[in-house]
Design a protein. Structure first.
Length: 738
């Protein structure tokens, strides 16, 4: 019996082994043929990528679409044949792609932008001379820009709709003008240079033009006719619906970020940005707060702030939004519902309510900074004025995602039931569902911009155009630089492909420059909304997101989850393949997450972002082309940066009766006319136009960084004697040469 059992058991075992071998052989064959089948797919995607990229870079117009600058009330005309590019290791194809590469910015329906009229006349809003008045550089039509939009404005397509939006180039392309020996006005276009644009007044003007189009029957009829002719809209009713939507949206945006009146500040402390500046951090923070807010938290704010007379009449409309299955952008939708019932109280009371709602939801965007220059940005270990973002890992992509959040990416963020791979990668706790971070943000192009910037080099002072440099002065200036500046500002080889730049941080109290940006970056809080109880990494360690949370952590959490999300505009296979490829490229970047260097406070559990209350010193190659100076643009030229700030009681003359030079407390910005002797743009009051920069207003201080004047100790605590005028000229000559 036992023998029969053993034989039966053995036979059964052999049978099982045969089945196992058979199944294993099938799996091996499936894997073999599966891998083989992947080969043509991978080849296809590679060829597709090469071809698509070559097609995008096929625009090689030798003039790069340069258009004449005409009717410029500040500087006068510069003809296109007199505008040229300085060598920066980019060719025409690189520049033209950079100008037109959409990053997912959706400011306005594209046909609206093409045909919108200016508020007070019938001229096109997109007229080159008009947009140049906001200091957006005009361009002619080229292959990649068939409608001749200015530098940094382009067409984006999201969910089948066309939009006008901004590209990186809008804030990071500059021009300097000069007059040659034959009295001909000429221009030098600089890729990656800080733009002179004033986004604040541009958007105020656009909001006014849209509102006037709605209220003026003749304007609206002309607008209808032109937009209908484009074929995107089927009826005037559809146009009116979107016209009201975007007019209210842009008006709400300008209201959210408009300067606040502060009776304790000089001139009321209204910190208008003016040309060449933007509070990008403040506006990114506010956009995140607007789109991440939950209905529950928003309702709490409404109960506290909105008068009962308004809430009673608006409650059904408000509840319809709060109960809607689509919870994206509920803040603006609820505020719009409230506006419809504002008549329940007097106008003054409603204005006060609007101000209180704004204060409860948002933070003041009142710390404008100069647009940073982009050469060497990919070679830094930390970027942004406060060293906010590491360039290691997904840092560059996260930084660029944050930037698109600020410049009108469509953010269809909302809470969903169930689980998601993207949410898992984004680090979300999905025990109660997840947040879907669907958006228009084009991560593929953001990646490609970053890799393109690796090749961009700083411009070299053009001696044949702006004047020859004196070698003996440069040599003396180099000695001064090595003694006083090199400990913070690394001296690099601008065209070394392997260059890396270690950022040096300085506490704002010690460097003495305007503290508002650093303070806001750390101190600003907001309702966490959908992110409540999620986890996020901070410098001091992982932290749970509380109901009211530092906005810096909410931006980090949101950017990481956008990076983890794939493009909703692409087919499932393509979106997964491109997402994986782009994320792999991002993780492969050559910058590693490094230890932060310099003088700053270490983060603690109580203050997890304390290290950001400092400012970054970066390499100064190309610094000559980046006026105005200091992080907030409060010093008009490099020569004045070497002077002291005038303090109350400071004398006008020295002991020998010679005038003492100080930094300008008031100057003008907006001109592109370059002054080589002081290395900056013309800053005396213009005959027409321009922006009056008052350094007494909050956020505008021109104090600090007075190393050359002997008023600021260096990183080692040393205070040097003030430079005399000739020594300042030596140092200035050397700075020109970097």
């Amino acid at each position: 019996m036992l023998e029969k059992f053993i034989k039966l058991y053995t036979s059964f075992g052999r049978f099982v082994l045969k089945i196992y071998d058979f199944v294993l052989s099938v799996i091996k064959k499936l894997l073999y043929w599966g891998i083989l089948s992947l080969v043509p797919i991978l080849i296809f995607w590679y060829v597709y990528g090469v071809i698509s990229q070559s097609l995008e870079f096929r625009d090689d117009d030798p003039s790069r679409g340069v258009a004449s600058i005409l009717h410029d009330e500040i500087d006068g005309d510069v003809l296109k044949e007199n505008i040229e590019y300085l060598p920066q290791n980019w060719d025409a194809r690189d520049s033209l792609w950079f100008y037109a590469a959409s990053q997912g910015s959706n400011l306005l329906p594209y046909d609206f932008f093409l045909h919108l009229e200016q508020e007070n006349n019938q001229d096109a809003f997109r007229d080159n001379a008009y947009l140049n008045s906001f200091r957006y550089l005009p361009r002619e039509a080229t292959l990649s820009n068939p409608d001749g939009l200015p530098v940094g404005m382009t067409k984006d397509v999201y969910q089948g709709k066309k939009y006008m939006g901004f590209t990186c180039a809008a804030c990071h392309t500059s021009q300097i003008n000069y007059t040659d020996a034959n009295d001909v006005r000429r221009g030098l276009r600089i890729d990656g240079g800080p733009a002179a644009a004033d986004l604040e007044i541009f958007l105020v003007a656009m909001a006014g033009a849209l509102q006037k189009t709605m209220s003026d029957d003749a304007k609206r009829t002309r607008f209808h006719d032109k937009v209908l002719a484009e074929g995107t809209y089927d009826s005037r009713e559809q146009i009116d619906a979107d016209l009201a939507k975007y007019a209210n949206r842009i008006a709400a945006y300008t209201h959210t970020n408009e300067p606040l009146w502060d009776e304790n500040q000089p001139n009321g402390g209204r910190t208008h940005y003016g040309f060449s500046r933007l509070d990008a951090f403040g506006r990114i923070y506010n956009r995140v707060l607007q789109y991440i807010m939950s209905g529950e938290q928003l309702n709490e704010v409404l109960i506290k702030v909105v008068p009962a007379a308004v809430m009673d009449r608006a409650r059904s409309d408000v509840d319809a939004v709060l109960d809607d299955e689509d919870q994206s952008n509920i803040v603006l939708r609820v505020l719009a519902a409230l506006e419809n019932h504002a008549g329940a109280v007097n106008p003054a009371q409603w204005q006060q309510t609007r101000a209180e709602l704004r204060a409860a939801i948002y933070n003041p965007a009142n710390a404008p900074t100069s647009y940073p220059y982009l050469w060497d940005i990919a070679q830094h270990d930390y970027v942004q004025w406060t060293g906010l973002v590491s360039n290691g890992g997904i840092g560059p992509l996260g930084r660029n995602v944050g930037q698109v959040i600020g410049v009108f990416g469509t953010l269809d963020w909302q809470r969903k039931e169930g689980r998601s791979i993207s949410a898992r990668i984004g680090g979300q706790d999905q025990s109660l569902g997840h947040i879907n971070f669907k958006s228009s943000i084009d991560q593929r192009n953001l990646n490609r911009v970053e890799f393109s910037l690796r090749r961009l080099q700083s411009p070299v002072w053009p001696e044949d155009k702006l004047g020859a440099l004196r070698d003996d002065w440069k040599e003396r200036g180099s000695e001064i630089f090595d003694q006083r500046c090199a400990s913070c500002h690394a001296n690099i080889v601008r065209d070394d492909p392997n260059r890396k730049i270690v950022t040096r941080m300085s506490q704002f109290e010690k460097v003495g420059t305007d503290p508002l940006l650093a303070i806001n970056t750390v101190a600003y809080n907001g309702y966490s909304g959908m992110a409540h109880n999620q986890n996020v990494d901070a410098a001091a360690g992982p932290m749970v997101i509380e109901k009211v949370q530092p906005v810096a952590s909410l931006v980090s959490f949101s950017a990481r989850n956008v990076v983890a999300s794939w493009d909703p505009d692409k087919t499932p296979i393509r979106r997964v393949a491109e997402w994986a490829w782009d994320l792999a490229k991002t993780l492969k970047n050559r910058s590693a997450t490094t230890i932060r260097r310099g003088d700053f406070d270490e983060p603690t559990p109580a203050e997890p972002f304390k290290q950001l209350q400092a400012y970054k010193a970066r390499a100064l190659n190309g610094i000559w082309a980046t006026a105005p100076y200091l992080h907030n643009g409060s010093v008009p030229n490099l020569y004045e940066l070497l002077l002291p700030k005038r303090q109350p009681g400071d004398p006008d003359v020295d002991e020998e009766g010679n005038p003492i030079e100080y930094r300008s407390d008031v100057f003008w910005v907006g001109s592109r006319d370059f002054e080589p002797d002081v290395v900056g743009f013309r800053s005396k009051q213009y005959k027409s136009g321009g922006f009056r920069f008052d350094t007494s207003i909050q956020g505008n201080s021109n104090a600090g960084h007075e190393y050359a004047a002997g008023n600021t100790p260096d990183a080692e605590g040393r205070t040097f004697a003030p430079l005399n005028k000739q020594e300042r000229l030596y140092l200035l000559e050397y700075l020109k040469s970097l």
